[in-house]
Design a binder for this molecule. Structure first.
Ligand SMILES: NC(=O)CC[C@H](N)C(=O)O
Length: 306
């Protein structure tokens, strides 16, 4: 697969070009609406550290809900199986910011990759860390090797000023006794996590431990157990692209996590991490060209988890 990968990525970039103007850039967070839709980048990092990329693969973008994946990893590291007392492990079948299930399920979010679930995970991090925003940034600097990455304060403030829906979810969970910290504190941390900026290359590298049985490639260090890495991958497959997870598994066939900044991070166990970025979104809030690029990737390389 790697011999022809550079030209395969260029071919994918050329094929998705007509789609770049068709998606809609997220505008409910005003700062995100300023990003031009016609950007496209894709990167693949092999477990032995080789980097393949095309287009805007080195351009940092707002990781948004991709932060939910790394927040979960941090919570699992500190809290272990206690995490599953706070969030479920089932696909929601609803939009990422939906409130409807929370009432019938007594404030217990379906999974850690929808907003309600990420707020519960952020609550855990607020208990465990004095500054969870710094803890997550540090973790991502280490995993990506990019020691300069940070969250964008303008984006964080922009989302925080428009976080009524997330605030409603957090208050609702708190009313069921499922939020230990003040809602404002949890929202501050959550919005900062979403506003972290990374490139496709950074993210493809940061996800490598999940493709490597929980271990940081090229070192003896373990991020999480092999069993947990396998389980997080399963959650990415079933819940990582919200209400489109079934269609995504059908079309792409890889564990993945998307964000409304237009990024999608994915991996092939034992082989590589990969990431695609294009800000124009489809109706489910996933990158329109990004999903198509990943579908082309698994089709052209003949590699998926199936
Ligand atoms: N799907 C997403 O990327 C959503 C993240 C966004 N920060 C929100 O809370 O709405």
């Amino acid at each position: 697969m790697f011999e022809r990968l550079a030209s395969t990525l260029d071919e994918i970039a050329a094929q998705v070009r007509p789609l770049l103007s068709q998606g809609r850039v997220a505008s409910y967070i005003p700062e995100l609406a300023t990003v031009p839709a016609v950007r496209f980048g894709m990167a693949v990092v092999s477990v032995d550290g080789r980097v393949f990329k095309t287009g805007d693969a080195d351009q940092p973008f707002s990781i948004q809900s991709i932060s939910k994946l790394f927040a979960l990893l941090l919570a699992l590291q500190t809290e272990g199986d206690g995490v599953w007392r706070r969030v479920g492990r089932e696909p929601s079948g609803t939009a990422f910011n939906s409130l409807v299930q929370l009432e019938s399920e007594q404030g217990l979010p379906r999974n850690p990759f929808i907003n309600a679930g990420a707020l519960a995970i952020t609550d855990i991090l607020c208990t465990r860390f004095a500054t969870p925003e710094n803890a997550l940034v540090q973790q991502l600097r280490k995993l990506s090797g990019n020691t300069a990455l940070d969250y964008n304060l303008r984006v964080a403030n922009s989302e925080r000023r428009h976080s009524d829906r997330n605030a409603a979810m957090a208050h609702f969970m708190r009313s069921f006794g499922r939020m230990d910290n003040p809602v404002d504190r949890v929202l501050d941390a959550y919005c900062s996590h979403c506003a972290i900026e990374m490139s496709c290359v950074d993210l493809a590298r940061a996800v490598l431990p999940l493709a490597h049985h929980g271990q940081l490639p090229g070192s003896e260090e373990r991020l999480l157990s092999a069993s947990l890495a396998k389980r997080v991958n399963a959650l990415m497959l079933t819940c990582g692209t919200y209400d489109a997870a079934g269609d995504f598994a059908f079309r792409v066939g890889l564990p993945a996590k998307s964000g409304v900044g237009g990024g999608i991070v994915a991996l092939i166990p034992n082989v590589c991490g990969l990431c695609v970025w294009s800000p124009g979104l489809d109706a489910n809030g996933n990158s329109l060209a990004g999903v198509q690029a990943l579908e082309l990737f698994t089709t052209l390389t003949g590699r998926s988890i199936f």
